[in-house]
Design a protein around this ligand. Structure first.
Ligand SMILES: Nc1ncnc2c1ncn2[C@@H]1O[C@H](COP(=O)(O)OP(=O)(O)OP(=O)(O)O)[C@@H](O)[C@H]1O
Length: 210
């Protein structure tokens, strides 16, 4: 299996707070990775650094040429005064001017009306979260980073999320989910961030299934 991404000796501190301490991680194409860790253990920080939203103090990240990252990091942020369609089409136009076909199909899957003219500000937390998941997938990105993807989702939407992610896996996507909620999309690797160190777990331990 080809390597999608290699992280070596990544360090990140906020003042005296050493959040990532010599973190190494190699992601193979098709890896489906769950990252657990206590509040404040650095999960979001790691994902932000991987997708280039934050710089590390030191260390390297090598990405394979064909890597194209889709991400949902923290709360999805949209232009609140604009509609869902305007927001998604704006994001689609930013990099590759991708057609909105997949965005429309994903909205339908998640019971969001793509044509609804209401501003995003009128959307519930769960609806915004679903829009956040959609924008992470709608360009058929091949590496997908999701930070707490099921936060605020109702049962039906969680099931849709599971179905959609399993389809992404079947397409060979590389996926990293950092979350407190263990929704098993079909992970093949389990990692834990603890005291700045990223450790590989052999199996999902009992804590995860709770
Ligand atoms: N921009 C920042 N400035 C200062 N400190 C920060 C900043 N971003 C994160 N931190 C600190 O770094 C630590 C790790 O935060 P991070 O959000 O990465 O953790 P997390 O594992 O995602 O937590 P949670 O599970 O609560 O979302 C925390 O102590 C946080 O306060």
């Amino acid at each position: 299996m080809e390597t999608a991404l290699t992280i070596r000796d990544l360090n990140k501190s906020f003042k005296q707070n050493l959040v990532l301490n010599s973190v190494d991680l190699t992601l193979k194409q098709g890896d489906v990775v769950y990252i657990k860790g206590a509040n404040g253990s650095g999960k979001s920080t790691l994902l932000k650094i991987i997708c280039g939203l934050m710089t590390a103090d030191s260390g390297t990240i090598e990405k394979a040429n064909e890597v194209y990252i889709g991400a949902l990091i923290e709360n999805p942020s949209f232009v609140e005064s604009a509609s869902l369609k305007k927001n998604l089409q704006f994001l689609l136009g930013l990099r590759h001017k991708t057609p909105d076909t997949l965005a429309r199909a994903l909205c339908e899957r998640f019971d969001l009306n793509f044509e609804n003219k209401k501003p995003i500000r009128s959307y519930s937390v769960g609806m915004k979260q679903k829009a956040g998941i959609i924008q992470a997938l709608m360009e058929d990105q091949n590496v997908i980073l999701l930070d707490e993807p099921t936060r605020g989702l109702d049962k039906k939407s969680i099931q849709t999320y599971l179905d959609v992610m399993r389809e992404q896996i079947a397409q060979g996507k590389t996926i990293v989910v950092a979350s407190h909620d263990y929704e098993d999309i079909g992970f093949n690797r389990w990692l834990e961030l603890d005291d700045g160190k990223l450790c590989e777990l052999e199996t999902p331990d009992n804590d995860l299934a709770r």
